[in-house]
Design a binder for this molecule. Sequence first.
Ligand code: SF4
Length: 250
Amino acid sequence: MKIPVANKPLKETVIDKSMLGDVRSWSYSSLKTFESCPYRLYIQKVKKIKEPSGKAAERGSLIHQEAEDYVRGELGEQPESLKKFKSEFEYLRQGFIDAKVELEGEWGFTLDWETTGWLMGNTWARIKLDALVQEDETSCRVIDYKTGKKFGNEIAHGQQGLVYAIATFLRYPHIEHARTEFWYLDKGETTIKDYSRATAMEFLPGLFRRAVALTTCTSWEPKPSKDACRWCDYKNGTEESPAPCKWGVV
Ligand code: SF4
């Protein structure tokens, strides 16, 4: 698919595959980790030491699976975990039957923002969505389910929504308006933001530069701080297995 010229990243940022570094592709989650502490991403992606997921993340995965199964019609009853969004999930379920709802989208993009597969040799960006609803010929809703809290995450989730909007416009050239929605399933709260194509695409060059910084990185400096290290398990070690990071602060 050819992307309209107006959607191309900044011309002065010239990069080709030969310039890619140790980590050659990115997602919103890896970008967040990189910007918080490059060394944490290095341990994850280059040293390939898995970070334990923790109880909250496991619960989140379970609820996401329940939501997907319910909307696909693979569960008869609506799970308790979705009850604060009862009618919204019923709407998605009907929309899925009507082929208006796309679930668990795994979108890959090349360095030129062309669409590609999730695990192809030329996949540079990976964007994963919970649900996309085609409202009409030119507008859609992009929905992300959250099991964490809204308070304190407004900026991060706002940025995540913008990445979803940009990816939607890149993938679907006929879409002119995208509404991003975060559904906080535990609290029954919602955050909604509307983007026109022109508004979202203004942020594409900045996103491109940030992602290039990650995918061309070769020096993975630790950036210890209370905020970054608080949730990072790499600072913890045992007698048998030393901590992967010795710079962690508590
Ligand atoms: S413990 Fe802190 S400094 Fe070490 S990798 Fe994690 S976030 Fe970075």
